[in-house]
Design a binder for this molecule. Structure first.
Ligand SMILES: [Zn+2]
Length: 267
């Protein structure tokens, strides 16, 4: 299990690096010694701030066409970069895809996003999850990363469009199945060795559920997200116990069965 240390790194943002803990977006030039920097201009508000992983539902609402303020190949922390590289490689090997991972200054709110060949992970999202779980486990971060890889697989399957806006019901189904992709991966990749981390990830999925039923970025209620997470783990258990050869199409079909169960259950 990968854990991040408690120590906090000083802001290392320069060209090509974001800072995980100091939020120094927009300042990529050398700061004058002891000078008081001018306050960065506040980002323009989005018309919709709810968490969502696909860019299609943001569109022109996002400043400059992206719902983040900066993008970088480094988080500004060597240990975080290393852990993300390791987990990304594990996910890439597991699913047979290799999206490019970038860190973003998720200035509009903690978030992560997926496109067919890209995954964008917010530094605020990392910071929030580390703080919430008090540095005991980084697994909820990997759960979110695996969720984004789930969207990459949905793009690959052609069941999710990177450009066409989706209805709230379509988004909810896609998001709940991405939750299944996440717990399926965690359950198999950890081989039962990270029960505490997976439990924390289940709690995290529950906590970020929402009741914005008519919002285009509705992800599912807390109960539905937790139920989907359990569903993915259930499918993983089937695959492990029955030694079923893993193919994307078959796994996805089984997830759809779980989705029917989740949506017919309590909300
Ligand atoms: Zn998502």
């Amino acid at each position: 299990m990968i854990q991040f240390g408690r120590r906090q790194f000083a802001c290392a943002c320069g060209a090509g690096a974001l800072s995980l803990f100091t939020g120094c977006s927009g300042g990529d030039s050398a700061a004058p010694t002891q000078a008081t920097p001018a306050p960065a201009p506040a980002p323009a508000p989005l018309t919709r701030l709810s968490a969502g992983c696909g860019l299609a539902n943001y569109g022109a609402a996002a400043q400059g066409g992206t719902p983040w303020c900066a993008v970088s190949q480094s988080s500004g922390r060597a240990d975080v970069d290393s852990a993300f590289a390791q987990e990304s490689q594990s996910l890439a090997t597991f699913w047979g895809v290799q999206p490019k991972l970038s860190f973003i200054d998720d200035c509009y709110g903690a978030n992560a996003f997926a496109q067919p060949t890209d995954v964008y992970f917010g530094l605020k999202m990392i910071q929030d999850l580390l703080a919430k779980f008090q540095f005991n486990t980084a697994t909820p971060i990997w759960s979110v990363l695996a969720h984004e890889y789930g969207h990459v697989m949905q793009f690959q399957l052609g069941v999710m469009s990177p450009t066409a806006p989706r209805s709230p019901a379509e988004t909810r189904s896609n998001e709940l199945i991405a939750d299944m992709f996440s717990s399926f991966y965690l359950s198999i990749s950890r081989s039962g060795q990270d029960i505490g981390g997976i439990q924390a990830s289940l709690q995290s999925a529950y906590d970020i559920g929402d009741y914005a039923f008519n919002d285009p970025n509705h992800h599912g209620t807390p109960v539905q997200r937790a139920s989907a997470f359990v569903g993915g783990a259930r499918v993983a258990l089937e695959y492990l116990q029955q030694q079923i050869p893993r193919t994307l199409a078959a796994v996805y079909q089984r997830f759809q069965q779980e989705l029917v169960r989740v949506l017919s259950g309590p909300a």
